[in-house]
Design a protein around this ligand. Sequence first.
Ligand code: MUC
Ligand code: MG
Length: 385
Amino acid sequence: MPESPVPVAADLRPGLAIAAVRSTIVDVPTVRRHQLSSLSVSAQSYVIVEIRLANGIEGIGEAATLGGPRWSEESVESIKAAVDAYLAPAVMGFAADRFEAVGTRLDTAAKRNHAAKAAIETALFDAVGKTLGVPASALLGGRARERVPVFWTLASGDAAQEIAEAESKLAQRLHDRFKIKIGALEPEADLARLRRLAAALAGRARLIVDANQAWDEPTAVRCLPQLAELGIALVEQPLPAWNIAGMARLRARGGVPLMADECVFSAHDMFAVAAAGAADVVSLKLVKHGGLLNMRKVAAVAEAAGIGLYGGCLLESSIGAAAHLQLFGGLRRLDWACEQFGPQILTDDLVTEPLQFADFAVHLPAGPGIGVTLDPAKLRRYARS
Ligand code: MUC
Ligand code: MG
C-alpha cells in the first residue's frame, strides 16, 4: 500500500489520520447469466478500496459496477483511476472521522464519480467503526431493525428457468419477493413471460419489475395496465432516466406505483423527481448517491415528499451489501424492503464470513465497522491481473 506523502495535520487526532489507500479490481463469477435490458453479466466487477489509518486499523469499501460503464458511466477501470489519481491523494493525511469534510474534499477533487467516492467513504466508516469498536450504523444514528426482507432478481429471460429458480428460493425460505428484469425482450414477449411467472407464483410471492429505462412512453402506457392486472406491485424505471416528465404523466394515470432508479443519483435529482411528481418510491444505492451520508440525504428528501424507500443494489458482494445495510438498518421506514441479494448471486464471496440470509430476510452483521472482514486470499484470487 503506498504511504501518505502528507504529514498528519497537528489539529487531528493522529491515530485517525488516513495513512494509506489501496484499490484493487476484482471479477467474481455469477451463478448464472444476469440479463438486464441493455446488458448482461456472468461475472461481477468491483473495485475494493482498503484504507489504513495511522493507528494501523484498516477499513474496506466496495464500488460495484454492472456491465462495465453500461449501467452508469463508471467502470472498474475508471473507478480505480479516479481513486488512485485524484480521490486518494485528496484525503491522504486527513482525519477519517470527519466524514462530511472528507466528502467536500472528494467533491472538490472530482465531479460525480459516485461509486468511487462511496467506496472510499465506506472504508472510512469501516475503519473508524473498528477503531471505536462500534458498527458503522451507530455512527449513522443507530439501528431501527436487525433484519430486512430481501428480494431476489429473476433475470435469465427464460420463464421456465425463472419459475424453477423462484421455487428453489421459496423452498429454502431465502426469498419470497422477486424483481423481474424486463426490457431485453419485446414487450409482448415480456408480458407473456410475466403471465407465466405470475400464475406460477400467485399468492406465494410479491413480484415487481425493472425495465432499466427500456420502454418509451407509448409502450409504457400500453403495458402498465397489463402489469397491474398481473398484480405486479411496483414498476422500476420504465422510461429513460431523462424522461422525468414522462414518468410524471405515467404516474398521473394511476395504476402500478413507479420506482425511480437511474433518474435519481443526487439529492438534487431526488428533489426534482419529487417536485415533478414522477415517482412513488425511490431505489437507494451507494453507487448512485456517492456514499452513506449522501444516501441518507436522498432518503430524507424522499421522506419529506412522501416517496417510499426501497433498498436497492448493484449486485454487491457482502462488502457493499453490508455497507448498505448499515444505513438501511437505521432508516425509520423502509416500506419496500431491500434487494441486497448480491452475495447470493456470486459463486464466491470476498469476506471471511458472508452475510446471513434466512427467513426471507438479510440480517445486519453484528461486528464493528461495516461488520464484515475482507479475506485476503479471496482478494488475491479474484484480483484482475
Ligand atoms: C438495477 O437497475 O436495479 C439491481 C438488481 C439487479 O438485478 O440489477 C440491479 C440494477
Ligand atoms: Mg433498477
